[in-house]
Write a protein that binds this ligand. Structure first.
Ligand SMILES: Cc1cc2nc3c(=O)[nH]c(=O)nc-3n(C[C@H](O)[C@H](O)[C@H](O)COP(=O)(O)OP(=O)(O)OC[C@H]3O[C@@H](n4cnc5c(N)ncnc54)[C@H](O)[C@@H]3O)c2cc1C
Length: 441
């Protein structure tokens, strides 16, 4: 890509979260002159900073699994990927096995054939092996999950049935500081020539001759570019609306308020050393170890929990709800023996940008030159470096004349060689009926 003389920039990236920064890095490394604008004061300050940042591979689509497995390789070679960033510490990958209880009808049934097909490593443990390797795990079948005011629900009783084990992803883990990961990417992007402007809010997407022409900021400044990429996280719907493309998308995303909680790990346990991650539809939670011998817990969207969709992402209630902390601690205590239930609430409030099928939209739009990397549905932190590369490939191909709508691009993973069918992530995709509808994607 050579620098455009008709525009201020080749590409404007809206949003400096982990995915926006990865897009900027990959475009800059391909020779694009990019400007990233973010209305917040610094990199990764939006939903990225609240991310649980779990790295796992169970997704319902082959492209989702391939992308996550490819993503792992980036995190494992992170210092090499980001290169020389002038002494800034690289984000740390904390290795922790991820467990899926073998709940009848659970997510493992969908993903194991994909793991076999794509060569993702896993172990299939029976109940005895699970008890020996993970003695804190209570393998009884409690679900479907219930709420606190449903005290007589069997979920809170003493079930007889037991899972016959767990599936283990031994290569899973989490990134201990998700904001630092975004900063690493942005610093690497700047080293490759990308420019960044903070406290700069995009107020409109400009058009000329039927294609995108740039942005106008809330201060009234017009900045021109060949390409604009919407990576605005939970604000992405508003940006798509500004671009006038919302009505032409059959898949759209919306902001969804989410809470994440921290409880101490069971006394006598060493969750820092022997902790694990679990995605548990049977108790309606996901959790992972958190530094300081703690457990971090999020919601896995069981049917009994109402989803809090947000129309205005700038005015969410950012106090923890009255009963969410206790509910999630008690649900986790069903699965992890001895989990304490503190009186003092601890956690944070943030938002996903979620689609109805919990799959992101990485695509062009009906407005030529306007691209979308949104709808990341609480599960795309791990994929950020791959999403950046995939978006850069997609933008480059489409700007060179490729018809991605008629002939969806496929990407080959740099590390794994796995094929990633970008048709899975289009705005007009057809969703299979059996797609698992929750944060596990
Ligand atoms: C609570 C929580 C837990 C999660 N857990 C996991 C997990 O365990 N594993 C996983 O893989 N993923 C997880 N995710 C998902 C993952 O963190 C997100 O998909 C990812 O961080 C999104 O990055 P982003 O760059 O797209 O968006 P963001 O980080 O939200 O960045 C968007 C940026 O756009 C800016 N912006 C918006 N509108 C404008 C505008 N008009 N003008 C200028 N700037 C604008 C915002 O200020 C913001 O900085 C989780 C997310 C949340 C919220």
């Amino acid at each position: 890509m050579t620098r455009s003389h008709d525009h201020d920039f080749d590409a404007i990236v809206i949003g400096a979260g982990v995915i926006g920064s990865a897009v900027a890095l990959e475009l800059a490394r391909r020779g694009w002159h990019t400007l990233t604008v973010d209305k917040l004061p610094t990199v990764g300050y939006g939903s990225t900073s609240a991310s649980s940042a779990i790295i796992r591979f169970n997704y319902s689509t082959a492209a989702g699994v391939a992308m996550a497995y490819e993503g792992l390789q980036y995190w494992l070679s992170w210092p090499e990927h980001i290169g020389d960033i002038g002494g800034q510490p690289p984000a740390e990958f904390v290795s922790q096995p991820m467990l899926l209880p073998k709940t009848p009808g659970g997510h493992h049934e969908k993903v194991l054939p994909l793991f076999d097909e794509l060569g993702v490593r896993y172990e299939d443990l029976n109940a005895d092996q699970t008890a020996a390797r993970f003695p804190l795990v209570d393998l009884r079948i409690f679900g479907p999950p219930a709420r606190l005011d449903d005290a007589d629900h069997p979920f809170w009783g003493e079930p007889d049935a037991t899972h016959d084990g767990v599936i283990v992803m031994p290569e899973a883990g989490y990134i201990s500081d998700p904001q630092l990961a975004a900063q690493n990417l942005a610093t690497a992007a700047a080293a490759a020539g990308a420019e960044f402007r903070f406290r700069t809010e995009v107020a409109s997407i400009d058009r000329s001759s039927g294609r995108v022409a740039g942005i106008t900021t809330a201060d009234g400044e017009r900045i021109t570019s060949l390409v604009v990429v919407n990576v605005a996280g939970p604000h992405a719907r508003l940006v798509n609306e500004m671009a006038g493309v919302l009505g032409s998308m059959s898949r759209t995303s919306r902001a969804l308020r989410r809470e994440v909680y921290i409880v101490p790990a069971p006394p006598e346990s060493d969750f820092d050393e022997a902790g694990f991650i679990m995605g548990d539809g049977d108790t309606g939670v996901y959790f992972r170890g958190e530094r300081g011998n703690n457990i971090l817990i999020g919601n896995a969207e069981p049917e009994c929990d109402e989803l809090e969709w947000v129309d205005d992402p700038d005015s969410i209630d950012d106090f923890l709800s009255d009963d969410g902390f206790e509910l999630h601690a008690l649900r986790t205590a069903r699965r992890v023996k001895g989990t304490p239930i503190p009186l003092q609430k601890s956690g944070l409030v943030s938002m996903y940008d979620a689609t109805p099928d919990w799959t992101p939209i990485y695509d062009r739009s009906d407005l030529d030159g306007f691209y979308i990397a949104c709808g990341t549905s609480g599960n795309q932190f791990k994929n950020a470096p791959v999403a950046g590369a995939a978006m850069a490939e997609l933008i480059t191909a489409v700007e060179a004349g490729h018809d991605h709508d008629a002939d969806p691009l496929t990407i080959s993973g740099t590390h794994t060689g796995l094929t990633i069918d970008m048709g899975t992530f289009t705005r007009n995709r057809v969703v299979p009926d059996d797609t698992h509808m929750n944060v596990f994607g």
